[in-house]
Design a protein around this ligand. Structure first.
Ligand code: COA
Length: 326
């Protein structure tokens, strides 16, 4: 086994910004309600002609640039997303080709908002096992295209964006531990009913907007807080570390109140937590790599820092990875 490190990181979010005041024009909501219940002030939404792959491509370009590498230097490309460019082929294959990488391994992973946490575990394992020397791991989403824009309960929550890391074989190992989980017994807690092989697509489904995100917010809220705590504890135990060893926690950005509650019950100081939800809303699989990219760019993350990446989402799914920055 070799070690793995993050050699480069980058992110991209679309230019179009939809703030809470804009949403006040759409339905009965208010900046005060959205801010106090979620911590969100703005979200970035992709243009109609901008796909998930377009955002992924730009984030990957920036990560390659920060690693001072060409796409051809990377052995495998992974895109974590719930809304790929097409049902098939994989968006990762299209992104790799557009980056100029030929004949490389490429595949997508769909674990909803926990996508990047699962992806980091899978991609790191490939590098540590010596299967690949470098993997480009991307979390990218355009959930603004999947929300029901008449449903104030979900339309305010989601934003678009992409974040990418270049994982590279290394003498020292950054990957200290991971804990992943799922419970598929109630997919309807957070799902899209139409468009898959169970229900297909029909005029009837489209008429009742069954091709859009449905969420039972209260149940998901409780689940999210519990699993953030459980996964963080379990991943730290696997890494033989304690909460006191953690320098920075980078959580999935779904709701500021979820993050605050989890930090409180974990007994960790809020200032250790990276929060950018006010700017982007919930960008699903992209939220953790976007937050990482911003934290690295601002100098908040330094060599030797112990980072916990933690996420949760549809599935239901959850997970955490403990990482030592080099
Ligand atoms: C969605 C969420 C913000 C709602 O907050 P909440 O405090 O639970 O609010 P409720 O769902 O109980 O709704 C309370 C009231 O606000 C209303 N409401 C919902 N959305 C609203 C909005 N955008 N503006 C104004 N009022 C709104 C509801 O209709 C409800 O009104 P009622 O009491 O008259 O029925 C919260 O449940 C949440 O964040 N859940 C987890 C979501 C999540 O993390 N999803 C992604 C996982 S990856």
């Amino acid at each position: 086994m070799t070690g793995v490190k993050i050699a480069g990181v980058g992110h991209y979010t679309p230019d179009e910004i939809v703030d809470n005041f804009e949403l006040e024009k759409w339905f009965d909501t208010s900046d005060e309600w959205i801010t106090s219940r979620t911590g969100m002030k703005r979200r970035h939404w992709a243009r109609k002609d901008q796909s998930t792959g377009d955002l992924a491509l730009e984030a990957a370009r920036r990560a390659l640039e920060s690693a001072k590498l060409q796409a051809q230097d990377v052995d495998a490309f992974i895109v974590c997303t719930v809304y790929p460019d097409y049902l098939f082929p994989a968006t990762a294959a299209i992104v790799a080709s557009r980056l100029g990488a030929r004949d490389k391994a490429a595949f997508d992973m769909e674990i909803a908002c926990t996508g990047f946490i699962y992806g980091l575990t899978v991609a790191s394992s490939m590098v540590r096992a010596g299967v690949y020397k470098r993997v480009c791991l991307i979390g990218a989403e355009t959930l603004s295209k999947l929300v029901n824009k008449d449903d104030r309960g979900t339309a305010v929550l989601f934003g678009d964006g992409a974040g990418a890391v270049i994982l590279e074989a290394s003498e020292k190992d950054s990957f200290l531990g991971s804990d992943l989980g799922s419970d598929g017994s109630k997919p309807e807690l957070l799902f899209i009913e139409a468009g898959g092989s169970r229900n297909g697509m029909s005029h009837e489904l489209l008429d009742r907007k069954a091709d859009r995100i449905v969420m039972h917010g209260k149940e998901v809220f409780k689940f999210a807080v519990n699993k953030m705590i459980q996964a963080t504890d379990a991943a730290l135990a696997k890494a033989n570390l304690t909460k006191a060893d953690v320098d920075v926690l980078i959580p999935h950005q779904a709701n500021k109140r979820i993050i605050d509650s989890a930090m409180k019950y974990l007994g960790m100081p809020p200032e250790k937590c990276v929060v950018n939800i006010h700017e982007y809303g919930n960008t699903s699989a992209a939220s953790v790599p976007i937050a990482l990219s911003e934290a690295v760019a601002s100098g908040r993350i330094q060599p030797g820092n112990v980072i916990v990446f933690v996420g949760f989402g549809g599935g239901l799914s959850w997970g955490a990875v403990v990482w030592k920055w080099q």
